[in-house]
Design a protein around this ligand. Structure first.
Ligand code: NAD
Ligand code: TYD
Length: 336
């Protein structure tokens, strides 16, 4: 049994990982989260009374607050999810991205070193590799060429983790994953946004020609990969995870409408995202070979299950869509 500090555990992927670790391991879990607009303790209401679970509210970019968290809890392992995670928000204003993703990661690395955490797992993204044309896949050796303020801030954090391994001999691994979908994803990202809008009879805003490609992975498959990297990964190594499910955005949107029994007249083409990456596709053969990892969900079954979850859990996304989210939606999409 180890003490694991999970940052960003109230967000989409982090909450799925906290649940997996509480129900499927004997580790003690400290969930550290600032509870930004994307952090929601309701995501963990089924497990938050667990005897091996503690929640701490805190900002990873605040060195004094982090010093206290590390002094109080002395984690043996840090699994770092906390981030500003939405590309469109980074286009509107990158300030919080630099602060949390870059500065916050360095603060966590410093505290992990000072308080002698044995392992640091840094959760990153395929977006650091930039954009692909029609062919090819990202491997761990693909040069980093991020295009958005979000992906650039993540790439910056990846480089700081690399430096911690080389300079301070810290035991860190970096995971890079493709686009996740599944329960508890904030409805600003493509799949939950389209499901929620369709259920409310609102327009479905498709950027550009709708032919951008993402490689979709179920969040549980990603969490299993992170767990494998935490347990078996080698210091200084990067591990890619992808769903082997490349789909054009328009295909995904039409599939959601079909599953909900709604008409394609809800599709609304809007101005393209500035700097919109065309295609992402992951080569996960290293994780398969060295970590024994393999994704278990097909896109078809995972999407059906996810659509059902959003239909059943309408009160959850109605609550998170109120308040500050309304102001963001107005700025991003205008009155529709
Ligand atoms: P999310 O936006 O749903 O959750 C982020 C969490 O971090 C929230 O709970 C938020 O409150 C917390 N947080 C933000 N700033 C913080 C701060 N300064 N201090 C402490 N907590 C803070 O994000 P997600 O989709 O769950 O992504 C989690 C991680 O996985 C991120 O690092 C992201 O870059 C990475 N990732 C995401 C995807 C994806 O498809 N969503 C794919 C690959 C990698
Ligand atoms: P998103 O979920 O924001 O993830 P990322 O940009 O990190 O890949 O977007 C996925 C794809 O969907 C991306 O090509 C942009 C597109 N998209 C839309 O067409 N309309 C939208 O309203 C959103 C949020 C995304």
């Amino acid at each position: 049994m180890s003490k694991i500090l999970i940052t960003g555990g109230a967000g989409f992927i982090g909450s799925n990982f906290v649940r997996m670790m509480l129900l499927g391991s004997d580790h003690e879990i400290i969930n550290l989260d600032a509870l930004t607009y994307a952090g929601n303790l309701e995501n963990l209401s089924d497990v938050d009374q667990h005897e091996r679970y503690t929640f701490v509210r805190g900002d990873i970019a605040d060195p004094m607050a982090m010093d206290k968290v590390f002094a109080d809890h002395r984690p043996e392992i840090v699994v770092h999810f906390a981030a500003e995670s939405h590309v469109d928000r980074s286009v509107l204003d990158a300030t919080a991205f630099v602060r949390t993703n870059v500065q916050g990661t360095q603060v966590l690395l410093d505290k992990s070193r000072i308080y002698k955490a044995q392992r640091f797992v840094h959760v990153s993204t395929d977006e650091v590799y930039g954009s692909l044309g029609a062919w090819g896949y990202f491997t761990e050796d693909t040069p980093i060429q991020p295009n958005s303020p979000y992906s650039s801030s993540k790439a910056g954090s990846d480089l700081l983790v690399r430096a911690a391994v080389h300079t301070h001999h810290m035991d860190c691994v970096i995971t890079r994953c493709s686009n996740n979908y599944g329960p508890f994803q904030f409805p600003e990202k493509l799949i939950p946004l389209m499901i929620a809008n369709a259920l409310e009879g609102k327009k479905l805003p498709v950027y550009g020609d709708g032919k951008n490609v993402r490689d979709w992975i179920h969040v549980v498959d990603h969490c299993e990969g992170i767990r494998k990297a935490m347990e078996l990964g080698k210091a200084g190594e990067v591990y890619n995870f992808g769903g082997d499910a490349e789909r054009e955005n328009l295909f995904v949107v039409k599939e959601i409408l079909r599953l909900l029994g709604k008409g394609e007249d809800l599709i609304h083409y809007v101005k393209d995202r500035p700097g919109h990456d065309r295609r992402y596709a992951m080569d996960s053969s290293k994780a398969r070979a060295l970590l024994g990892w393999t994704p278990r969900h097909t896109f078809e079954s995972g999407l059906r299950q996810t659509v059902d979850w959003y239909v059943t859990n309408k009160p959850w996304w109605e609550r998170v869509r109120s308040g500050a989210y309304q102001a963001y939606y107005q700025q991003q999409y205008g009155a529709r």
